[in-house]
Write a protein that binds this ligand. Structure first.
Ligand code: NAD
Ligand code: UDP
Length: 313
C-alpha cells in the first residue's frame, strides 16, 4: 500500500507516518514546513519505505498512491491566524488538489476536519448531526469555514465523482512532539510550568475542552481509513471535559512547578465549551479513546522536559 500523508511533518502527521510505516506501508510525507519541522520526522528518514517531498498543497501534485491522509493545514490559532488568507487557501485549494489527485489515481482520501466546524456549540455534547454555530466573518473563520468548505468538497467529490472519502472531525489533541512554540493550551501550559513562568489563562478559565492523547487519535484515523466504509463525518476525541483552570492545576501538579496562574483577556470567538459524542466512532470503528488525561499529560510533560533540556526523556 502506497500512502500519501500531507502535513506529515506536523504534530499529528509525524505520528501517523510512524504508525503507517510500522504497519508496513510505503509512506510519502508531503509538507511545506510551515508549522511542521524536520526534527519531527528525522528518525524516520533512514526507513527504506519513507520519502519526503517539500511541497505546498495549494499547488497540484501528481503521484501514484492508494491512500491519501490529508492533514496539511496549520491547526493552532496562533499559526492559522498569522496569515488567514493563506490558511483558507490551504484548506480549500489544498483539499481540491488532493481530491483531484484521488479522483485521477482512484485513491481513498481522508480529511482531518475539526471540532471547530461546530463553532461555539449550542448543543452539548456535539454529535455529527449538529450543523454548528460558526461566526463566518470572525478571526477564527479562516480555519473553521475553511474546514467546512473542505468537508463540503469531500462530499461533493464523493457524490459527483464517486471518490472514496473519509472525514474525521478531530477534537483537541495533545502529546509528545507538539512544538514548544505551538501556541495551543497544553504545550503553552507545560512549557510555562517547566520554565517557572506564569500559565496565562485567556478569559476566566471556565471554558472547557476535551483533550485526546495523540496515539488514540492516530488509531482512530487509521481505523476510519481502513476498517469502515462509512462516508460522512466521524467525531474523534475524548469525551472527558475539563475547564482551563482544572487543566492548569493538573499541569502544575504533574510538573511539580511553583509557577503562578494568571488571567488575560479572552480570545475573540473562543468557544465556551466542547465535548464530543463518540458513539458513531464506537459503533462504526470499534474505537474508544483509552488514555486518561493525567497519564497523557505526564508523558507530555516528560517530552517537554527533554526538549527544554531539563532532563532526558
Ligand atoms: P500541525 O500544525 O503540527 O501540522 C500541520 C502540518 O501541515 C505542518 O507540518 C505544516 O507544515 C503542514 N502544512 C500547513 N500548510 C501547508 C501547506 N499549504 N502545504 C503543505 N503542508 C502544509 O498541526 P496538527 O495538530 O498536526 O494538525 C494536523 C491536522 O489535524 C490539521 O489538518 C488540523 O486541522 C487537524 N486537527 C488537529 C487537531 C489537534 O488538536 N491537533 C484538532 C482538530 C483538527
Ligand atoms: N488558552 C489559554 N491559554 C493559552 C492557550 C490557550 O487559556 O496559553 C485557552 C484558549 O483560550 C481556549 C483553550 O485554552 O479556550 C484551548 O485553546 P487552544 O488554542 O489550545 O485550542 P482551541 O481554542 O482551538 O480549541
Amino acid at each position: 500500500m502506497r500512502v500519501l500523508v500531507t502535513g506529515g511533518a506536523g504534530f499529528l502527521g509525524s505520528h501517523l507516518c510512524e504508525r503507517l510505516l510500522k504497519d508496513g506501508a510505503e509512506v510519502i510525507c508531503l509538507d511545506n514546513f510551515y508549522s511542521g519541522s524536520r526534527a519531527n520526522i528525522r528518525h524516520l528518514l533512514p526507513h527504506p519505505n519513507f520519502e519526503v517531498i517539500r511541497h505546498d498543497v495549494v499547488q497540484p501534485v501528481w503521484l501514484e498512491v492508494d491512500r491519501i491522509f490529508h492533514l496539511a493545514c496549520p491547526a493552532s490559532p496562533v499559526h492559522y491566524q498569522y496569515n488567514p488568507v493563506k490558511t483558507i487557501k490551504t484548506s480549500v485549494m489544498g483539499t481540491i488538489n488532493m481530491l483531484g489527485l484521488a479522483k485521477r489515481v482512484k485513491a481513498r482520501v481522508l480529511l482531518t476536519s475539526t471540532s471547530e466546524v461546530y463553532g461555539s456549540p449550542q448543543q452539548h455534547p456535539q454529535k455529527e448531526s449538529y450543523w454548528g454555530n460558526v461566526n463566518p466573518i470572525g478571526v477564527r473563520s479562516c480555519y473553521d469555514e475553511g474546514k467546512r468548505v473542505a468537508e463540503c468538497l469531500m462530499m461533493d467529490y464523493h457524490r459527483q465523482n464517486k471518490v472514496e472519502v473519509r472525514i474525521a472531525r478531530v477534537f483537541n489533541t495533545y502529546g509528545p512532539r507538539m512544538a514548544v512554540n505551538d501556541g495551543r493550551v497544553v504545550s503553552n501550559f507545560c512549557v510555562a510550568a517547566l520554565r517557572g513562568q506564569d500559565l496565562v489563562i485567556y478569559g476566566d478559565g471556565t471554558q472547557t475542552r476535551s483533550f485526546a492523547y495523540v496515539d488514540d487519535i492516530i488509531d482512530g484515523l487509521v481505523r476510519l481509513m481502513d476498517v469502515s466504509d462509512f462516508v460522512g463525518p466521524v467525531n474523534l476525541g475524548c469525551p472527558d471535559e475539563f475547564t482551563m483552570k482544572e487543566l492548569a492545576q493538573m499541569v502544575l501538579q504533574l510538573s511539580a512547578s511553583r509557577a503562578r496562574v494568571t488571567f488575560s483577556q479572552a480570545r475573540p470567538d473562543d468557544p465556551e465549551r466542547r465535548k464530543p459524542d463518540v458513539s458513531l466512532a464506537r459503533e462504526r470503528l470499534g474505537w474508544e479513546p483509552l488514555m486518561p488525561l493525567r497519564e497523557g499529560l505526564e508523558r507530555t510533560v516528560r517530552h517537554f522536559r527533554a526538549v527544554l533540556g531539563l532532563t532526558s526523556a
